[in-house]
Design a protein. Structure first.
Ligand code: FES
Ligand code: FES
Lengths: 162, 162
DNA sequence: GGTTTTCGGATATGATATGTCCTTAATTCC
DNA sequence: GGAATTAAGGACATATCATATCCGAAAACC
């Protein structure tokens, strides 16, 4: 069970977009350069964010992406699910139904206890992500990233934001 | 991010082994038949459990698998990690290091804030699984599975247990 | 009209999950 | 002792998915 690397990309891109001034857009090219990622493929991740209505886009020169909501209205789970999908990590193939001791045509009333436990763990994972807002991340980063790097990064970004 | 189906197999097999009387073994063949699984491939999952010291084996006719510990000393996480591996679901490829605004040779003091949050969620998932014992599962199953199916299943199993 | 950008589809490649087959060594039964 | 049965593990085949690139269309800007 391993998450796609696009999750890391999307989260970092959202963190950058969160620091963008009102009304400005940042292009895929700039985001790819800033993170050292393949532009074409990063584009797929950003498209996922767009389909999930987390970001807005505009075309043409000076086009690109910006957040569709304020950073405190976006949580980690939304971003992760946008690129990773909403499917649960554990899928029950109902192997209990293959038990030869079962009467013909017997129908279970509940999902299997094994699956319920696995889904509960999955839900705990999602809950943790749901509780962290994008604004929390930005707050942590602005404390931890050295001030000069933080500042020069956003100068770099603003120079490229349309 | 999707767990292997072997996880479902291993958990169900452990639940069956937990109902085995002291000192008896159950073969891969019987476990595969009971769950309608490919014997050769299920064997790989059982080998993983064996390498994790969750089950013991013996060779020859009447050989097979039995639990290495009592069901209350085995939790879900152990079983899941045995077949799925212990690696975290989120891997940080340190894309922040590609930031062109970073001074040459700059070294981060902490893991990235993004990664820490993802790992926290991963830990919540593991914690949930760690808290559920195999004996809890057996308890739930013995309540939920209709008594006649439960009984005939273990008659079926005992007939094949060496 | 030419350039830049997002978007979606098509395609290629590599890794991983799934599944099968076969050999070896240990154990049991006859 | 010999035959049958079993787990262990390596080799191999296949399918699915993650990763990555490329291209054409439509929209926006100059
Ligand atoms: S039958 Fe799928 S988890 Fe039990
Ligand atoms: S650099 Fe990997 S999560 Fe931030």
């Amino acid at each position: 069970m391993i998450l796609k690397s696009q999750v890391e990309w999307a989260l970092h891109c959202c963190a950058i977009l969160a620091g963008l001034p009102e009304g400005r857009y940042l292009s895929t090219k700039a985001l790819a350069e800033l993170h050292g990622l393949p532009k074409e493929y990063l584009s797929k991740a950003l498209q996922s964010l767009s389909q999930a209505s987390l970001v807005e886009t505009t075309l043409g020169p000076s086009g690109g992406y910006r957040l569709a909501k304020t950073p405190s209205d976006i949580n980690f789970l939304e971003i992760v699910e946008a690129v990773e999908g909403k499917a649960r990590s554990f899928t029950c193939t109902n192997i209990r139904a293959n038990n030869p001791c079962r009467p013909e045509g017997y129908c279970d009333s509940k999902p299997c206890a094994v699956a319920r436990i696995m889904w509960e763990a999955d839900e705990a994972w999602r809950d943790t992500l749901r509780r962290v807002r994008l604004s929390d991340l930005v707050g942590t980063l602005s404390e931890e990233v050295p001030a000069d790097i933080w500042r020069s990064t956003f100068e770099w970004v603003l120079k490229r934001a349309g």
